[in-house]
Design a protein around this ligand. Structure first.
Ligand SMILES: Nc1ncnc2c1ncn2[C@@H]1O[C@H](COP(=O)(O)OP(=O)(O)OP(=O)(O)O)[C@@H](O)[C@H]1O
Ligand SMILES: [Zn+2]
Length: 656
């Protein structure tokens, strides 16, 4: 459409010039005004046409000429002309330029129309990203077969998923042959799995292995404010794909268009439904033998419209899960190929210490480690850097320059020590990995627990223990600083503990009182809280029973945590002191503290003290910009991690 705009302007300009010159004689030549006057006086001029400042004339011998009179008026001219019997013709100024005038008058309107159309098209994705990678109106990006360098070797740790899609490569390489040999022709594949597990990567690798073009678009690109745009994009995309077959169409975040129809959004969403319908029509419309495979990715397969999953559409599901310890090791190795590694680096150790990390997290880990090494001007990336990178990703970046008052530090130290001690002494609780009162992200301090191995489910006891350790922070503050000294630091702990307790009652079926029933299915559709699939409004009586039972669990856990901290008050004090001194302590120091032994300095401590181990030194090094950087609700999260509020639904939450 950019081209169209230019075209409009060019046409307008050409027309203007043409009409302007319409009446100009081709042969006339120019004279200076004084030459003209002298020719008049010498009687050689027969006729003039005066048109504003322009004077066209004809000599006795028939020659045409033209001159421009000066802006100063020359009253003698008319006399001279009459004296020499020159025929004078006037001209209505508009006469020659009626077209010109029309055009001039309408020119701004034309420009406005052109600009308007330009933006309309822009919004519809026409000129969109531009360049050779985009095509038509569909907004999808195409990578040709020689642009794709990704192969199956780049995708690690998801062996089952790789096996599941291997057949697609055979099909894409030679669709006809595949069909003759009687293979079941795939059309749509749904890749389901958590964010960052490599769905996009795997889809690209299929294209890379089969050496076919790869069209990619995100579901959210289809959803526009103008009804019909999304549907036309879908149509365009399939048209383009058919021209480039065999090829892969990859639709990321299919849930943006493919959500269950008729629920949510307060009474339907025409645009989204139209888009989805168009997608279904297109999926039905091509023959498998054409060699197009549509791969869609989502991390919410549960919210998809069942129509999408019918035979002939996305009838094949590939689960791309979080990698296990072996998978993590393999993924780390893939990404470590790109950095110079120190001798001491052991991918298997890093893999063990990173449960729950996705492929994207691991790629990020290697990247962060390389950055730490670069900052320290190291030639290779060593285990130290990987440790630091891991802490940064798991606990958030350190904000060393943030100045905390001594009182706040003390408060945070008691709070974190409380979490750590209760966590340490409760059965089936994940071991304490690190306790720190260095502010990170939005938190003033962090207690990090780390399971010894990957966990796929949680026992009732482990959830109860988790609730206990969550309250440990608040209780420790209250015990040492008194009721009046308690801060808002525990707000996030309280929120999470409550959520665990409530889920135990209403979702995980872990209480005798209410039994193994699902009482509320929040979030089956985030846009549609409360009325999702399967949710039923609860009777007031049931609500009350759930609340009472939740309260019971919390009271039980609270007193258990209180009891533990009272019995180990001396450890609470010594751990607080160790934290005030070292700021961060590891499992080794925690072991010593729990055994009431003297505490040795944590690893890397000497280094730390160079950077300033007391508040005074920290204040000096503080950057002025940091103050404004602080979140306004920082007091709410003091002593806590600013975790995603959605997280409490999962017991996999190791930061207190
Ligand atoms: N299994 C894996 N093997 C190697 N690298 C991986 C793997 N999974 C993810 N990565 C790394 O993480 C990056 C992001 O992964 P990718 O975009 O494929 O994830 P995704 O599942 O599509 O995520 P999302 O759901 O957020 O779109 C990849 O470019 C790659 O560097
Ligand atoms: Zn806390």
């Amino acid at each position: 459409m950019a081209k169209n705009l230019v075209l409009w302007l060019v046409i307008a300009a050409v027309l203007l010039t043409v009409f302007n010159n319409f009446n100009e004689s081709a042969e006339s030549h120019r004279l200076s005004y004084s030459d003209f006057v002298s020719e008049v006086k010498s009687g050689r001029v027969e006729k003039v046409i005066i048109d504003g400042y322009t004077i066209q004339g004809q000599r006795q011998n028939g020659e045409m000429f033209e001159t421009t009179r000066p802006a100063l008026s020359d009253p003698k001219l008319v006399d001279d002309l009459f004296e020499n019997n020159v025929v004078i013709e006037g001209k209505q100024p508009e006469q020659q330029s009626i077209w010109t005038q029309l055009l001039v008058a309408s020119f701004p309107i034309l420009v406005i129309i052109a600009v308007f159309m330009f933006f309309m098209r822009q919004m519809q994705g026409g000129g969109g990203k531009g360049g050779p990678m985009s095509f038509g109106k569909s907004k999808a990006r195409m990578m040709s077969e020689d642009q794709i360098k990704t192969t199956f070797d780049d995708v690690a740790g998801v062996e089952e998923a790789k096996e599941d899609v291997r057949e697609l490569v055979d099909f894409l390489r030679d669709p006809g042959k595949f069909q003759r040999l009687g293979g079941h022709i795939p059309r749509g594949v749904l890749m389901a799995g958590s964010p960052g597990t490599g769905k996009t990567l795997l889809a690209k690798a299929i294209a890379g292995e089969a050496k076919v073009p790869f069209f990619s678009i995100s579901g959210s690109d289809f959803v526009e404010m103008f009804v019909g745009v999304g549907a036309s994009r879908v149509r365009d995309m399939f048209d383009q794909a058919k021209k480039n077959a065999p090829c892969i169409i990859f639709i990321d975040e299919i849930d943006a268009v493919g959500r269950h129809r008729g629920v949510g959004m307060g009474g339907g969403n025409d645009e989204r439904e139209q888009t989805l319908n168009q997608l279904l029509v297109e999926m039905d419309g091509f023959e498998g033998s054409e060699g197009i495979i549509v791969i869609a990715a989502t991390n919410r397969p549960d919210v998809l419209d069942p129509a999408l999953l019918r035979p002939g559409r996305f009838d094949r599901q590939v689960h791309v899960g979080l990698p296990d310890i072996r998978g993590r090791e393999k993924i780390l190795k893939v990404h470590m190929r790109k950095v110079p590694l120190g001798e001491d680096v052991k991918p298997e150790l890093i893999a063990r210490g990173t449960p729950g990390f996705s492929g994207a997290d691991l790629a990020n880990l290697v990247n962060e480690a390389a950055l730490f090494a670069a900052r320290a001007s190291k030639r290779t990336v060593g285990m130290d850097q990987f440790e630091k990178a891991k802490d940064k990703i798991m606990m958030g970046a350190e904000r060393k320059s943030m100045v905390m008052s001594e009182k706040e530090r003390l408060n945070t130290a008691y709070h974190e020590a409380g979490h750590a001690i209760v966590g340490r002494l409760m059965p089936e609780h994940d071991p304490v990995y690190k306790v720190s009162i260095i502010p990170r992200g939005r938190a003033l301090g962090v207690t990090m627990f780390l399971p010894e191995e990957d966990r796929y489910s949680h026992s009732r006891q482990s959830i109860m223990s988790n609730i206990c350790s969550l309250y440990g922070g608040r209780i420790a503050e209250e015990m040492t600083l008194g009721k009046e000294g308690v801060t808002t630091g525990a707000s996030n702990d309280i929120q999470r503990a409550t959520s665990f307790a409530r889920n135990m009652v209403a979702k995980w079926g872990l209480t005798d009182e209410l039994g193994p029933l699902l009482y509320d299915e929040e979030e089956s559709d985030p846009f549609n809280r409360g009325y999702g699939q399967g949710a039923k409004p609860l009777a007031e009586e049931t609500q009350r029973r759930i609340d009472a039972e939740t309260r019971k669990i919390i009271d039980q856990c609270y007193s258990k945590a209180e009891q533990i901290l009272e019995e180990n008050r001396d450890i609470l004090e010594s751990m607080c002191q160790a934290l005030m001194k070292y700021e961060t302590i590891d499992s080794k120091q925690i072991d010593q503290l729990m055994n009431r032994e003297s505490v040795t300095a944590p690893g890397g401590w000497v280094e730390e003290s160079d950077k300033g181990d007391d508040t005074g030194a920290k204040a000096e090094s503080a950057e002025p910009s940091v103050d404004t950087d602080e979140p306004s609700d920082q007091s709410d999260s003091s002593g806590d991690q600013g975790v995603d509020p959605d997280v409490p639904n999962s017991p996999d939450n190791n930061l207190h």
